[in-house]
Every structure is written in structure tokens, then in C-alpha cells.
Design a binder for this molecule. Structure first.
Ligand code: PLP
Length: 398
């Protein structure tokens, strides 16, 4: 057993050695600016073109021109949202969900201050979206609907194709942006079948390095650039192309496509094993989502009447990395906005842990966590000030 058991792949992932190998020539000898005219720049230029083709296939876009390289998922989302709104200045209504990532939610709070009217759609106790509320909210003034494909904390997948149909049936002019950061590399993506207008992803969530993302914008959707400057990315995103990282995300996308079946079978099998084991062996554990449609690598489990940060510290002592919410909110004691939107009981919300696996997770690692975690929880449970409540819960669950 190595020292590190990394089960926090929704926060970030290990760079695949094959991705690094593909990138290295462009960090070393092939350092030309791809826009330069001399022969030396041709290989860099060609590499960017090839990578764009790979990303077109990854999204199943119609045209390579629909792909914009960005620096991260946050930039993809900000470009999509600001870009669409700037092109539709007469419309002031936006719809999103209560459980989006902070890179989207915080932007909407800013937009509200700028005079936009934003509706936040809720979820049920399993984390599934309220589609009736969404349908009711769409009106003639709705410029944009922005909904994540899968939630980063729970892994719950939203029915994007159905949502797209609802939007088009209510207002054909409304644009639909999907934050697909947590599905890339986990389930197939097909922007045409889904009927979305814009979709953002981030390389570091599927074994490319941090600092590279991509945005799909269909040819019928006009956006203004977020970063204004040179002509790169067809005027949609200025800045000299980050050739090695662009090559890296394309290699990661290729590898991810080849691994989708493995995600759906092996990664899911290990996730299910971990989840079932914990829920069976720990009386005060609850699966926060229930068994709903989720990405195959994620589980979110609440340990009632104990503190999640303490669980994380004990796991960390054993070299096990997990998360008590999204990476951006851990470190603050604010309970997760996602679990709050799901009405997870306050007795479990503070003790909720997200485990997120990857193709590098092994059975031995999962077995080790299954072996060690019940003891940690038992120890912390015995220290909890809520002994009467725990006793009642124990009777109820047995
Ligand atoms: N959207 C979702 C659903 C995420 O989980 C994240 C990162 O955790 C982001 C967006 C932001 O991506 P990045 O860190 O690449 O900006």
C-alpha cells in the first residue's frame, strides 16, 4: 500500500503520464508562437489545429470553429455567461440552479447587482432538479439558462437533453449553457444530441494539468470575448495559445474517450463497493443522494452527529484524501450550499464527506478505506456530545 490514497478527484486529478509525454516537446523544443509565419512555428500551429479537432470530437461538435480553448472551467463559464448576455442586452432574465459551482453562482450574484433578474431552481432531497419549477420560470425575457451537467459535490447528473427540450418549447431564443466540468471523462458528451448552445469543461478534472479548459459555442450562438486583445481563438479569447496545455487537454480527452467504458464499469464498481460497505458497517452513515443517476466516480455520505473536518483529518493521517464539500468551500465552516439545497438534515450536513475516485483508484485502496473508516467514525462518534440522539439512531437503524 502506498502512502497516498487519493479519493478527491472531483477537486483535481493526477496528470496522466501519457498526457505529460505528449506535452513535453511543446514545453521544450517546439516553443514557437503558433501564429508566427516561419517554418519553425508550423508544428506548433499544426498541434493546436489537431487538438481542436480532437476536442470537436470530444464534444461531438459539428465544427472545429465551435471550440475555444480557455484557461479553466471558471473561465469557460464566465466567457459563456457574460458573452451571451452581452449579445442580448435587451433581455435581463437568467435561470440557473441553487447547486451550481461558485464560479457560476458568484458571477450571478454580481450580475444581480448589475440589474439582472436571476431565478435559482431548487433540487429535491436526492439532489435532483425541479423541472416543473424550471419550466415555469422561462419567459420571453429569459436570455440564458445555465445548468451544470453533474454536481461536483454529489455527482448527481441533471437531464440536460430534457431541459434543452423544455427551454426550446418555451422560448426558442433562450440560450442554454451547460457547465460540464464534472462529467468530462466520466460519461459520454454529445452537444448535438443534448441540444445545448454552450458547454464548458476543465482539463484538470480529467488528468490534464491545471490551467487549461475548453468551451463549446455552437455556430448559431454569438458571444463577446471575456479577454479582449489579439485575434486568437477567432477573436473569442485573446492571448497567445498555450500550445503545450492545449496538446495536453486533447491527449487527456482522447484517453478519456477510450476510458469511458472503464469508468462506467470498474470505477463505478469500486465506488459502489465503498459506498455499500460504509452504509452497511457504520450505523450513523447516510447516502446523501440515495441511488439516483450519478457520475460513476462520486459518492457523498453524511456521518450523523460528527464533524466532517475531524473525519478528514483522521483520514489524512492515514494518507487518505477526501473532501467535506467542494474544494472551494472547504476551509470555511459554512455548510455546503448544495447539501443545504437538498435539505440534508443539519445533524448530517456537517459530517458529510465526498469520496471521488478515478481510473487510477485501485481495489486495494478501496479495501483499505473500508477497513479503516468504520474505526475512525466509531472513535469520533464516541466523542460526540449527542450521545442520546446517537443511541436513538442506532436503535432505529438496527
Ligand atoms: N464547475 C464545476 C462543476 C466544478 O466542479 C469546478 C471545479 O471544481 C469548476 C466549475 C471550476 O473549474 P476550474 O477549477 O477549472 O476553474
Amino acid at each position: 500500500m502506498g502512502n497516498l490514497i487519493y479519493l478527491d478527484n472531483n477537486a483535481t486529478t493526477k496528470v496522466d503520464p501519457q498526457v505529460l509525454d505528449a506535452m513535453l516537446p511543446y514545453l521544450q523544443e517546439e516553443y514557437a508562437n503558433p501564429s508566427s509565419v516561419y517554418d519553425f512555428a508550423k508544428r506548433a500551429n499544426h498541434a493546436v489545429k489537431e487538438a481542436r479537432g480532437v476536442m470537436k470530437d470530444f464534444f461531438n461538435a459539428k465544427d472545429e470553429k465551435e471550440i475555444i480553448f480557455t484557461s479553466c472551467g471558471s473561465e469557460s463559464a464566465n466567457t459563456a455567461i457574460r458573452g451571451v448576455l452581452n449579445m442580448n442586452k435587451n433581455k435581463r432574465h437568467i435561470i440557473t440552479t441553487k447547486v451550481e459551482h461558485p464560479c457560476v453562482l458568484n458571477l450571478y450574484q454580481t450580475l444581480e447587482k448589475e440589474g439582472y433578474n436571476v431565478d435559482y431552481i431548487g433540487v429535491n432531497s436526492n439532489g435532483e432538479l425541479d423541472l416543473a419549477q424550471l419550466e415555469e420560470a422561462i419567459n420571453d425575457d429569459t436570455a440564458l439558462v445555465s445548468i451544470m451537467y453533474a454536481n461536483n459535490e454529489t455527482g448527481v447528473i441533471f437531464p440536460i437533453e430534457k431541459i434543452s427540450e423544455i427551454i426550446k418549447s418555451k422560448n426558442k431564443e433562450t440560450k442554454f449553457f451547460v457547465d460540464a466540468v464534472q462529467v468530462s471523462g466520466k460519461i459520454p458528451i454529445d452537444v448535438q444530441a443534448l441540444g445545448v448552445d454552450l458547454m464548458g469543461i476543465s482539463g484538470h478534472k480529467f488528468h490534464a494539468p491545471k490551467g487549461i479548459g475548453a468551451l463549446y459555442v455552437n455556430s448559431k450562438t454569438l458571444i463577446t470575448p471575456l479577454i479582449i486583445g489579439g485575434h486568437q481563438e477567432r477573436g473569442k479569447r485573446a492571448g497567445t495559445e498555450n500550445v503545450p496545455y492545449i496538446v495536453g487537454i486533447a491527449k487527456a480527452a482522447e484517453l478519456a474517450q477510450d476510458h469511458l467504458k472503464y469508468e462506467a464499469t470498474e470505477v463505478k464498481r469500486l465506488r459502489d463497493k465503498l459506498e455499500k460497505n460504509i452504509v452497511k458497517n457504520v450505523f450513523n452513515a447516510r447516502l446523501n443522494t440515495g441511488i439516483v443517476n450519478r457520475v460513476p466516480n462520486t459518492t457523498n455520505i453524511g456521518f450523523e452527529y460528527i464533524e466532517g473536518e475531524l473525519i478528514l483529518l483522521h483520514l489524512s493521517d492515514l494518507g487518505i484524501c477526501a473532501s467535506s464539500g467542494s474544494a472551494c468551500t472547504s476551509g470555511s465552516l459554512e455548510p455546503s450550499h448544495v447539501l443545504r439545497a437538498m435539505n440534508v438534515p443539519f445533524t448530517a450536513i456537517h459530517g458529510s464527506i465526498r469520496f471521488s475516485l478515478s481510473k487510477f483508484t485501485t481495489e486495494a485502496e478501496i479495501d483499505y478505506v473500508c477497513e479503516k473508516l468504520p474505526g475512525i467514525i466509531e472513535k469520533l462518534t464516541n466523542l460526540s456530545p449527542f450521545q442520546d440522539e446517537l443511541e436513538a439512531l442506532k436503535k432505529l437503524r438496527h
